[in-house]
Design a binder for this molecule. Sequence first.
Ligand code: PMP
Length: 340
Amino acid sequence: MTIRNSVLDAIGNTPLIKLQRASEETGCTILGKAEWMNPGQSVKDRAAKFLVLDAMREGRIERGGTIVDGTAGNTGIGLTMVGNALGMETVIVIPDTQTEEKKQTLRMLGAQLVEVPAVPYKNPNNYVKVAGRIAEQLAGTKAGGAMFADQFDNPANRQAHVETTGPEIWTQTDGKVDGFICAVGTGGTLAGTALALRERKSDVQIGIVDPPGAALFSYFTDGELKAEGSSITEGIGQGRITGNLDGLEVDHAFRVEDQESLDVNFALLEEEGLNLGLSSGINVAGAIRLAKEMGPGHTIVTVLCDPGTRYASRLFNPEFLASKGLEVPAFLTRETQVDI
Ligand code: PMP
């Protein structure tokens, strides 16, 4: 019998897919962990499950309770899916800069959506801080309790990757993984996977790839949290050392501009049939940079976080791309060429 008991048991065990062009271009084997194939369609399902199950174990929430968090969307989608399966309600605080597609998905799942202006973390009205206050207010009044999932600073997030993503990559490559790289939102994926892989192979090379507007590239190269520029990527681009990043050291750090990651996104779509979100593009661009730095013959793994459909109104919108000074790929404006 290979039956999963609930949607929770359908999270994880995603395939590892060889990325053909990236591998050919570098002489390495570049593999993408197909996280968009999770039931909530993103890498954040893993964190959502661990955050809620950990809170249940600690007695912070039970059936009938409310899950609250601040998220760019994907964690909220994961938390709402997990919450629905466990008889819990969900309040999701989201910055109003995120795509309508993610907000729609959250509404369809039944989350109570609180949209707030996008302001920096140090501002008390930052989405994460608003979520914390809502959870505190609800905690005393709700039967079943209310939990602040706190995905940025709650280590149960990275534990999901210590216990699942890392070991899966190890098993799927028969221990032949030489490098792992991805971009950072909370840092759970990077830090948790790095911990699990280093425990099994101490010299595995860990890399971080940062979009413009994030501060971790400068932190890991010259010790200073400094951000410059801006990016159309969503769900990544961190300005501080979150609880989930605490103690992480990396062997390689890269900053990749939007045009470089978008080129990768569209090449993966047109040549390999992989329709992926913006953070997957930068992750694969980062894996290519890491492969070039390490030299041919290595096996490098990165994360294919979520699907391109989650950003359709931006990623596949010629006007939006042009307004950001980004190239519009030919297929988006191609006329139909068949007579009917
Ligand atoms: N890609 C996307 C699309 C995301 O939504 C997120 C999480 N916000 C990440 C990457 C980063 O994952 P993590 O939080 O584990 O650093």
